[in-house]
Design a protein around this ligand. Structure first.
Ligand code: ADP
Length: 363
């Protein structure tokens, strides 16, 4: 549905060039919910604006549904208003004094994708019903809550019946609970309408809940694309591992290595770990393990070391233990229902099971 190949973009400001996109290639299937995930400044918004036609890449091509909307090879550039794309911004970008109906209908009446006059009212009614906004159809948007305003912004984009909906951090001004509700609503809405969605966020929870495919970006580059569970279980590098989910990290040096595993020396002892393909046996590594993969026992053994529980943090369904071993602090997650509880007053032997422990190249 969307195929963007080799997109590069440098912003040139006086004496200061910023490479915002560095050969970015993504493919989004029809009906897919695709999430661009990365820290601030990683190039997500630039990517979205290039897809929308609000920014011109220096190099690359963009196809939407087989139609070349941008190509640096032959200087093709289809302007934003002619692309079959709708967009929702973090800032809502609504007209505050106009009522909900006007906000949604105005682009239908006056935009480049103008809808026949006799269809406008039906279209507006349809999307307002869909987004539970009909009871406030005549209210000025400034008299609505943040969540309701973001719904109006969504309704306005959806009323144009775009094949593709681009969303730039649309939930970041909302409180945690509303965010959680709207996440699910947006996902199920786009699925029901068969819309292809590209969603920008720096919030891993957005990606975990909504993404069919997530694309982790950093410094203008794509680091990895895949389902959230693939990225969580098989991260391409330490950055992805730390960005999608939490991780305990221990610095170490490789003692010996074969293709698949490494013996790594650390201040906490020697560990056997899975080998990330990028590991150079001569260079420093970082051992990484998910919080829920850590085990404990009352006896020493391979991949085990002595540690003490400092704190027990109740998080509802989970308990997170903060532990200390030498100078290292680490965290361990257990379900509250489990009976695998360490004593808080005496040392325990913590185990990093080798199948859950990965040696990554140190960056
Ligand atoms: P993200 O959405 O991941 O936060 P952006 O795409 O907004 O990242 O920005 C990528 C990089 O490009 C950043 O270093 C940012 O400062 C820079 N940048 C973005 N827009 C402009 C602009 N209009 N002029 C100059 N630099 C920009």
């Amino acid at each position: 549905m969307i195929s963007a190949r080799g997109l590069s973009k440098t912003y040139r400001t006086k004496g200061d060039d910023t490479l915002a996109l560095d050969e970015v290639t993504i493919d989004v299937d029809s009906g897919q919910f695709y999430v661009l995930l990365g820290p601030s400044g990683s190039g997500k918004t630039t990517m979205l604006r290039c897809l929308a036609g609000l920014e011109t890449p220096d190099r690359g091509t963009i196809l939407v549904d087989g139609w070349t909307v941008m190509s640096s090879d032959d200087h093709t550039f289809v302007p934003a208003e002619r692309r079959p794309i709708g967009m929702v911004f973090q800032s809502y970008a609504l007209w505050p004094t106009m009522d909900v109906t006007k906000n949604v209908s105005l682009p239908l009446r006056h935009g480049a994708r103008g809808v026949p006059k006799d269809q406008v009212a039906d279209r507006v009614k349809g999307v307002l019903d869909l987004l539970h906004l009909s009871p406030m159809a005549r209210r000025p948007v400034q008299a609505l809550s943040g969540g309701q305003q973001q719904r109006v912004a969504l309704a306005r984009a959806l009323a144009l019946e775009p094949a593709v909906l681009l969303m730039d951090e649309p939930l970041s001004n909302l409180d945690v609970q509303l965010r959680a509700e709207l996440r699910i609503e947006i996902k199920s809405l786009t699925r029901r309408l068969g819309i292809t969605a590209v969603y920008v966020t720096h919030d891993q929870a957005d990606a975990m809940v909504m993404a069919d495919v997530a694309c982790v970006m950093n410094a203008g580059r794509v680091l990895q694309q895949g389902t959230p569970s693939d990225l969580y279980r098989e991260p391409a590098d330490l950055f992805v591992a730390g960005f999608l989910g939490e991780l305990n990290r221990i610095d170490g040096k490789v003692r010996s290595c074969d293709d698949r595993s490494c013996e790594v020396e650390t201040p906490l002892g020697t560990f056997t770990a899975r080998r990330d393909p990028g590991v150079d046996p001569q260079a420093a590594v970082v051992l990484g393990i998910r919080l829920e993969a850590v085990r404990w026992s009352d006896a020493p053994g391979p991949n085990r070391f002595e540690a003490t529980v400092l704190e027990r943090m109740f998080m509802g369904g989970d308990i997170v233990y903060r532990m200390v071993a030498g100078d290292h602090s680490l965290r361990v997650r257990r379900t509250s229902a489990g009976d695998d509880i360490p004593a808080t007053d005496s040392p325990v032997f913590v185990e990093f099971p080798h199948e859950s422990l990965t040696a990554f190249p140190s960056t």
